[in-house]
Write a protein that binds this ligand. Structure first.
Ligand code: NAD
Length: 291
């Protein structure tokens, strides 16, 4: 299956990044959201991020313009019907995702590949609710999409080889690298990363180290570019907690028990950078540890 046109559903943080990288790689992109404001915001963000690439001389002004011209937006989901590939990047709620695929299905070509960017919902279960489980895959981009090199490709139990190979080719054409993961909770990256972050929160909770000493230790002692608590603030503490809960419930092993201190930060609404407070307070000039 030769993919030329891509329909992206959901124009949030991930959807705008996905539209950005596909348009830059030469695909015609239709971006859909239920909110017209989200679509306007997404186009603004894509423009700003492309400008940054121009100023860093990664792309030319003409390439930026051509990429912008390849993106069209719509609040009508069925406008995406003619796409060769659908990438669903809407809100992380199973009923939302299932409804999107159900509404789209009657308008699609039989060859269209369906994918979801979900971080935690079973690909096999989502696929089983569509008319083409063999042409359904998890297509898990990392945040921020234009910057991160990796894409996880997750096969559901029914996904066929042709679909997998088509998506491998697509990932290559984006200049990114694919890792294949089986369809188990949190796939590969989050399965390994989140328990590490959770353990850092336990280390803080038990008083083994302060926010600063934990982050410094992992930066200077393990050569991580960011400390685990700083990274948790960047990802969003609510997202970290949600993924730990998916691991805990999905694998039924107490080693994935979310740290009570992580729960407490989320209860306080201290979700990290997006709310200006988490393990660090971002309201001043420089981030100040909150513990
Ligand atoms: N944020 C991350 O770091 C990250 C990383 C990898 C994967 N993901 C996954 O990507 C998906 C999107 O996450 P996000 O962070 O971009 O969320 P977000 O909240 O920034 O954006 C979601 C968008 O979906 C739209 N939406 C909701 N229902 C819709 C519908 N029925 N049709 C069309 N649009 C609809 C919302 O209006 C919103 O603009 C989720 O499945 C999430 O698990 C997120």
């Amino acid at each position: 299956m030769d993919v030329k046109t891509v329909g992206v559903v959901g124009a949030g943080q991930m959807g705008n990044g996905i539209a950005h990288v596909f348009a830059l790689a030469g695909y015609e992109v239709k971006l859909n959201d239920i909110s017209a404001e989200a679509l306007d915001r997404a186009l603004g963000t894509i423009g700003k991020n492309l400008d940054r690439q121009v100023s860093r001389e990664k792309i030319t002004e003409a390439e930026k313009q051509a990429a912008m011209d390849r993106i069209s937006t719509t609040t009508v989901l069925t406008d995406l019907g003619s796409s060769d590939l659908i990438i669903e990047a809407a809100t992380e709620r199973e009923t939302v995702k299932t409804a999107i695929f159900e509404d789209l299905q009657p308008h699609l070509k039989p060859t269209t590949i369906l994918t979801s960017n979900t971080s935690s919902i079973s690909i096999t279960r989502l696929a089983s609710r569509t008319d083409r489980p063999e042409k359904f895959m998890g297509f898990h981009f990392m945040n921020p999409v234009p910057v991160m090199q990796l894409v996880e490709l997750i096969r559901g139990i029914a996904t066929d080889e042709e679909t997998y190979h088509s998506l491998l080719k697509v990932v290559e054409s984006l200049g990114k690298t694919a890792a294949s993961a089986e369809d188990f909770p949190a796939f590969i990256v989050n399965r390994i990363l989140m328990p590490m972050i959770n353990e850092a929160v336990y280390t803080l909770y038990e008083g083994v180290g302060s926010v600063r000493s934990i982050d410094e230790s992992m930066k200077l002692g393990a050569n991580h570019p960011m400390g685990p608590l700083e990274l948790a603030d960047f990802i969003g503490l609510d997202t970290c907690l949600a993924i730990m809960n998916v691991l805990h419930e999905g694998l039924a092993d107490t080693k994935y028990r979310p740290c009570p201190l992580l729960t407490k930060y989320v209860e306080a609404g201290w979700l990290g950078r997006k709310t200006h407070r988490g393990f660090y307070d971002y309201r001043g000039e420089t981030p100040v540890p909150t513990r």
